[in-house]
Ligand binder design. Structure first.
Ligand SMILES: [Zn+2]
Length: 262
């Protein structure tokens, strides 16, 4: 029997979840929204997973309004019944009232042996690639009647893990981890995990392929305001910020700009 090549990447929360929750205001101004980080990891991981021969389903689109948890798992389970899904990875970043809490961790549903195996594989690559400490034992059980009773690992019909990549409430960890470099490593850990779990080798993207998965997090700080302007006004979708532009694309952007003028 061949192993399924279908996986789900579940992007934690939505564009409307922060403010007020799932994010933080920074002392020097500005803010961090957990969804934006989770979305950036998923976009990069999707590109890399497809390059490695996987079909990737997203239960929440990047930078879109939050899909309720029950809608996410019913979509995933319906898809699983149509054509089996190998596994589901839910992408998150962690928060704590204790701002020195730090490190990465992964949850699996306590009765799922394959969920446990998937979590242990993820943890193995996190140790190799993510240059931050482990949070507690790294691998955590989710169970009923407990704070670890997470919907995404409980209700999914296939092996599932929920990944907390780092603590955004820890100022030094936020500075280190909310970066394109760390996001790339998180995507690599996710895809190495599914390749290993599926019993196949892992291929890295070359530079040309990599540029196709650039996201909001790759936008230079001097261009952030322009990025917000063009994406909010429908002039550009904001993908591939570092790519060269053709004359045809300039013409189209100018035309889209002209229609927003009063
Ligand atoms: Zn989260």
């Amino acid at each position: 029997m061949s192993v399924s090549n279908r996986v789900v990447f579940d992007i934690g929360h939505g564009s409307n979840t922060f403010p007020p929750n799932k994010g933080i205001y920074l002392p020097g101004g500005g803010s961090f929204a957990e969804h934006d980080f989770n979305a950036a990891v998923a976009i990069k991981a999707k590109r890399l997973a497809e390059y490695n021969g996987f079909e990737v389903l997203l239960s929440q689109q990047p930078y879109q309004k939050d899909v309720p948890l029950s809608s996410r798992t019913s979509y995933i389970n319906v898809e699983h019944k149509k054509n089996p899904i190998l596994c589901c990875l839910s992408f998150h970043a962690n928060a704590s009232a204790n701002n020195s809490a730090s490190g990465y961790g992964v949850f699996y549903w306590n009765t799922s042996q394959n969920g446990k195996r998937l979590a242990e594989i993820w943890n193995k690559y996190a140790i190799q690639k993510l240059n931050i400490p482990q949070w507690g034992s790294g691998v955590w059980q989710s169970k009923l009647g407990d704070w670890t009773n997470f919907h995404m690992v409980r209700e999914t019909l296939m092996p599932a893990i929920l990944i907390e990549h780092f603590f955004f409430t820890n100022p030094s960890e936020l500075q280190k981890c909310n970066t394109p470099g760390f996001i790339d490593l998180c995507a690599e850990v996710a895809v190495r995990t599914i390749c290993d779990y599926a019993g196949r080798g892992f291929k890295s993207l070359n530079d040309a392929e990599q540029s196709k998965s650039q996201t909001k997090s790759d936008v230079s700080s001097w261009a952030k305001e322009a990025y917000e302007f063009v994406t909010k006004n429908g002039i550009s979708d904001g993908t591939r910020p570092k790519d060269p532009v053709t004359r045809e694309e300039v013409w189209s952007m100018l035309q889209r700009y002209s229609v927003i003028q009063k």
